[in-house]
Design a protein around this ligand. Structure first.
Ligand code: FPP
Ligand code: MG
Length: 298
């Protein structure tokens, strides 16, 4: 079924009648297509469902193209990012093309689905702006972090699940909560892996987030647990290129204060809530997606 989504995206791109765009799109690695899989699992494989899944994946791909420019990221999914290969201008414009074509196609689904998805893209953009603004100072406020990741990542998963429920005539709210929790947990895990995985496995430099000024959940927990001397040292390292010794110091302090364990536990609570909601509706396949997300090496 996911193949049908790939074909639909290719068809939407072919509609544009532009060889350069088609060739650039072919260079993008596909990723896990998590949002499309979620939509298909909730709503089956009708034409509107396939189209909605394709639209959401095009919007997601656009947001990552822009995000890599914003983050100065030269590696995406273990390959050179499009901005690394062709420069920022091309990456931004391909992003613009993908998301505006997505919006054009959204008009053919339903007004309610269009409202849900386009509102999520507003949230996504607000979240990305917040992420950039927050990284200018050391953010130690967990609620501010949670609100930012809700907007930046969870809003599109929440809307994907909600749109699929609408298309399938299922109860929207429960599916939206499922998508929201999954999105929050997904971003928390992404932030944890930036610390725990070596750069080769991760496909991007490790501890990049902190060097970029991002104080993700493990850093917030670490800061809370440290004495004032260590907390001041941590703050002084924020937003700087770290030496190997400084990286090791941070990792060792995280180990001592169990910052990673606390963060994984927080993501697991959200996933368990999502699983309970879906099990109550006999949606075991959706619980399966949620379980697969947390059964990883941290
Ligand atoms: C990845 O975050 C970024 C997002 C999930 C959202 C990005 C949103 C925008 C750039 C707004 C513009 C939207 C459109 C549709 C053009 P990350 O940097 O934490 O994750 P990463 O490790 O995968 O880079
Ligand atoms: Mg990024």
């Amino acid at each position: 079924m996911i193949d049908a989504v790939e074909r639909k995206i290719e068809q939407f791109i072919a509609d544009l009648g532009d060889k350069e765009v088609a060739s650039l799109y072919r260079k993008l690695p596909h990723g896990k297509r998590l949002r499309a899989k979620l939509i298909l699992k909730i709503a089956g494989s009708g034409l509107s469902v396939i189209k909605t899944a394709a639209i959401v994946e095009m919007i997601h791909a656009a947001s990552l193209l822009h995000d890599d420019v914003i983050d100065d990221a030269y590696i995406r999914r273990s390959q050179p990012s499009l901005n690394a290969l062709y420069g920022n201008k091309t990456a931004i414009m391909l992003g613009d093309i993908l998301y505006s074509k997505g919006f054009l196609e959204l008009n053919n689904i339903s007004a309610e689905v269009a409202r849900l998805v386009s509102n999520a893209v507003v949230q996504l953009s607000l979240g990305e702006l917040k992420d950039v603004s927050l990284s200018k100072t050391f953010n130690a406020d967990k609620d501010v972090y949670l609100q930012m990741i809700y907007q930046k990542t969870a809003s599109l998963m929440e809307a994907s699940a909600g749109a699929a429920a609408l298309l399938a005539g299922k109860e929207r709210d429960a599916y939206m909560t499922y998508g929201r929790n999954l999105g929050l947990a997904f971003q928390m895990i992404d932030d944890i892996l930036d610390i725990t995985m070596d750069s080769e496995t991760l496909g991007k430099p490790a501890l990049h987030d902190f060097e970029e000024g991002k104080t993700t959940l493990p850093y917030i927990y670490l800061y809370e647990a440290m004495d004032s001397t260590d907390a001041n040292r941590l703050k002084a390292l924020h937003g700087k290129k770290l030496t190997k010794d400084e990286q090791d110091w941070i990792k060792q302090k995280m180990y001592k204060h169990k910052s990673i364990e606390k963060s994984v536990a927080e993501a697991k609570i959200l996933v368990e809530e999502a699983i309970t909601l879906m099990n109550a509706r006999g949606e075991e396949a959706l619980s399966g997606i949620a379980i697969a997300m947390i059964e990883r090496d941290f």
